[in-house]
Design a protein around this ligand. Structure first.
Ligand code: ARG
Length: 459
């Protein structure tokens, strides 16, 4: 026997089985159950304060909802697809328990403002959790950066060895990215944290409601000031997913580097076995599965962003059923980003660095050529001339199969008479690093200062 729908009075036949399943959202929106109850309790308290709901009804609703919440937490509530969504499932459950008081809960409210409120409440909590996880990962990167504040590695442009940097400095670039990701989340939170309830179906309600009171109870900073907008726009979900996409993009970049660094051809790092898998056919293989999956999953989150943008595009005011499709992309975005952040914080603690391999790559790549050019400029040579001198010196060193720092002084002086014994303090990777001693530079002292700044910021 099919359950009577809350709206079935107008209809002469029940919806087909196929349509029932097609239109139901309970298969995924049950995740909103806790916030749905929270929103309902605030709405009921407001109705009571405004004289619309009696003390006895409020009392009954509170008792009924507490029982339902306990039932949900114990995993005992069975969701019914006949009741379409989480809102009607909970309302029916409440009415079964407390009778007419349960039926009065929906006074001055619609599922349209109810669901918009639920998503905002839910997303607010998830934003806070995500910001916490972003901080955890930053701290994990900071610990590794601190151990390697002075570890020389090649900095690349075009994936060609460019200039020496420290591994700590390289990692701090990702800390910067993640810090902006957290900022974006917190900024988005401001626009999430506004109350749609009171908009009702689309036009507001005839009851003497107090929206600011409800907003206060639910911890919203403000109310949505236009009822049509309140029930229909999901721009905040798009914004969140855009911020999540950027975070995943950042992690996909780091993943790409970890994968390269772990390739035996590069051999800069190793990743702890618990984050890798072997091959069923090639016994020698150890594959960086986790970074590869992160790289892959970043595409999935960007896909959700596109789904949400496309969902919203050209929707007329106000609520349309299209909006029911906002949940799965949003839920999966949160799940994917949060699990990725969790595993990443742990994985970065399982990275072993091989400083000898990094330093050897710097020497092979003539990474201090720019330093030699700068040295000559400081001795009075115009930069373009100095660039030419160094190019010749590099070609010579290349023919000899040595680094610039391995050329004897008379040999170097053959390229420019301006070169003196002090040239070796800039030609070594360490000398090169030490000279970039300004805010944002790669000198180990600067790297340590940045680590301190980040730690203070995250404390
Ligand atoms: N399940 C719906 C959603 O997720 C709830 C709102 C339905 N409102 C309506 N008028 N059908 O959007």
């Amino acid at each position: 026997m099919q359950d009577q729908h809350a709206w079935s009075g107008r209809f002469s036949e029940p919806v087909s089985e196929l349509v029932k399943h097609y239109t139901a959202s309970i298969g995924f929106d049950y995740r909103l159950a806790e916030v749905d109850i929270e929103g309902s309790l605030a709405h009921a308290a407001m109705l009571n304060r405004s004289g619309v709901l009696s003390d006895a009804d409020l009392e009954a609703i509170r008792r009924g909802m507490a029982e339902i919440r306990a039932e949900i937490r114990a995993g005992k509530l069975e969701w019914s697809v006949d009741l379409e969504d989480v809102h009607m499932n909970i309302e029916r459950r409440l009415t079964d328990r407390i009778g007419d008081a349960g039926k009065r809960l929906h006074t001055g409210r619609s599922r349209n403002d109810q669901v918009a409120t639920d998503i905002r409440l839910w997303l607010r909590g998830e934003i806070d959790a995500t910001v916490g996880l972003l901080a955890e990962l930053q701290l994990s990167l900071l610990d590794l950066a601190e151990q390697h504040a002075a570890t020389v590695m090649p900095g690349f442009t075009h994936l060609q060895v460019a200039q020496p940097v420290t591994f700590g400095h390289h990692l701090l670039a990702y800390v910067e990215m993640l810090a902006r990701d957290a900022e974006r989340m917190q900024d988005c939170r401001k626009r999430v944290n506004r109350l749609p309830l009171g908009a009702a179906a689309l036009a507001g309600t005839t009851y003497p409601i107090d929206r600011h009171y409800t907003a206060g109870l639910l911890g919203f900073d403000d109310v949505c000031h236009n009822s049509l907008d309140a029930v229909s726009d999901r721009d905040f979900a798009i914004e969140f997913t855009a911020a999540a996409s950027l975070a995943m993009l950042h992690l996909s970049r780091l993943s790409e580097e970890l994968i390269l660094w772990m390739s035996p051809r590069v051999g800069f790092i190793d990743i702890a076995d618990r984050f890798c898998t072997g091959s069923s056919i090639m016994p020698q293989k150890k594959n960086p599965d986790v970074p590869e999956l992160v790289r892959g999953k970043s595409g999935r989150v960007v896909g959700h962003l596109i789904a949400l943008i496309t969902l919203m595009k050209a929707q007329p005011l106000a609520y349309n059923k299209d909006n029911q499709e906002d949940k799965e992309p949003l839920f999966d975005t949160v799940d994917t980003l949060q699990t990725t952040l969790r595993i990443y914080a742990d994985m970065m603690r399982g990275v072993t660095v091989k400083p000898e391999a990094m330093r050897a790559a710097v020497l092979q790549g003539y990474a201090t050529a720019t330093d030699l050019a700068d040295y000559l400029v400081k001795k009075g040579l115009p930069f373009r001339d100095s660039h030419e001198v160094v190019a010749l010196a590099v070609r010579h060193a290349e023919q000899q199969g040595v680094d610039l720092s391995e050329l004897a002084l008379p040999v170097l002086q053959g390229f420019s008479a301006l070169i003196a014994e002090d040239v070796y303090t800039v030609l070594t990777p360490e000398g090169s690093l030490a000279q970039r001693d300004h805010v944002g530079g790669t000198a180990p002292t600067q790297v340590r200062a940045q680590i301190e700044r980040h730690r203070a910021r995250l404390a």
